[in-house]
Design a protein around this ligand. Structure first.
Ligand code: SIN
Length: 282
């Protein structure tokens, strides 16, 4: 455990993540936030327990990381345009975020941070997995790194949210906010991006949001995309967080992918999510 002047930081088991204690996120001063931000850049995802956060408190904490950005495909909470409810009811089969991805990577400026707060969680299950995209990049051979250098991928929301996307015709109660222009937009991002704050390189490619590698046909780029996706999410690059009501996680989408496990049939899970605007990846 390392202790700053204000917070305690206990690294998680696995390749990324740390649990932070000794802090009430609803009453945070600038010095404590500076320590949290440093720990976040070092560990890539932070976990907090036993927080009591209203939607306004969560948005206020998120705003310390940067300007908030609304999610385009879900209705936010009444009066809180940047807070979206992520709810899986007892009788719903499909969950939200149930595949490895980086949030809103399909935008020209993918979001920097996501803050997820647990309101109601199942007695067992509903964990979230996180994978360290910098460690995954660093573990590649020099030959593969050279191959990836300069490659860009075509990012789009269409595969998930589009007219023929994954969420259409699903028993999913969400994804009801239609936004055709945002669904079909395409942006090119580098397959290996450099973190603007740490300078560390990380793989940036998530299968739900990537159509193909630039200048390649879909069937040509698929083997490389599948290899990278499988490589990056091997257990040695991951950690796993078990939620309790009052837990909050904040992750760095510039170097982390995550996966919401859907292993709690017949149980309810309710979370509130806020996202923070990011840069154009380079
Ligand atoms: C998400 O992908 O943002 C949702 C993650 C989760 O519900 O665990």
């Amino acid at each position: 455990m390392s202790a700053g002047r204000r917070i305690r930081v206990e690294p998680s088991s696995g390749a990324l993540g740390a649990e932070v204690s000794g802090v009430d996120l609803a009453k945070l001063d600038d010095a404590a936030f500076a320590e949290i931000r440093d720990a976040w850049l070092e560990h890539q995802v932070l976990f907090f327990r036993d927080q009591q956060l209203s939607p306004a408190d969560q948005a206020a904490f998120a705003e310390r990381f940067g300007e908030l950005e609304a999610y385009p495909f879900l209705e936010p909470l009444d009066g809180h345009p940047y807070v979206i409810p992520i709810v899986k009811e007892k009788d719903t089969r499909m969950n939200f975020g149930g595949g490895w991805h980086s949030d809103m990577s399909y935008q020209e400026r993918p979001v920097k941070a996501t803050l997820l707060y647990a309101i109601e969680v199942p007695p067992r299950g509903g964990d979230t997995l996180f994978a360290n995209m910098a460690a995954a990049y660093e573990a590649l051979s020099d030959g593969m790194k050279e191959l990836l250098d300069g490659l860009r991928a075509v990012f789009t929301a269409a595969k998930v949210h589009g007219a023929a996307g994954f969420y259409q015709n699903a028993d999913h109660p969400m994804d009801k906010r239609k936004n055709a222009a945002r669904e079909e937009a395409r942006y090119l991002h580098p397959v290996v991006r450099t973190h603007p704050d740490t300078g560390r390189k990380a793989l940036f490619l998530d299968l739900p949001h990537v159509e193909r590698i630039e200048k390649m046909r879909v069937h040509e780029s698929e083997p490389l995309m599948n290899f990278l996706a499988q490589h990056a999410t091997q257990p040695q690059f991951t950690t796993r967080f078990t939620w309790k009501a009052g837990s909050l996680a904040v992750w760095d989408n510039r170097c982390v992918q995550h996966y919401a496990l859907n292993d709690y049939p017949g149980e309810r899970r309710e979370m509130n999510r806020v996202t923070v605007a990011g840069d154009v990846p380079v």
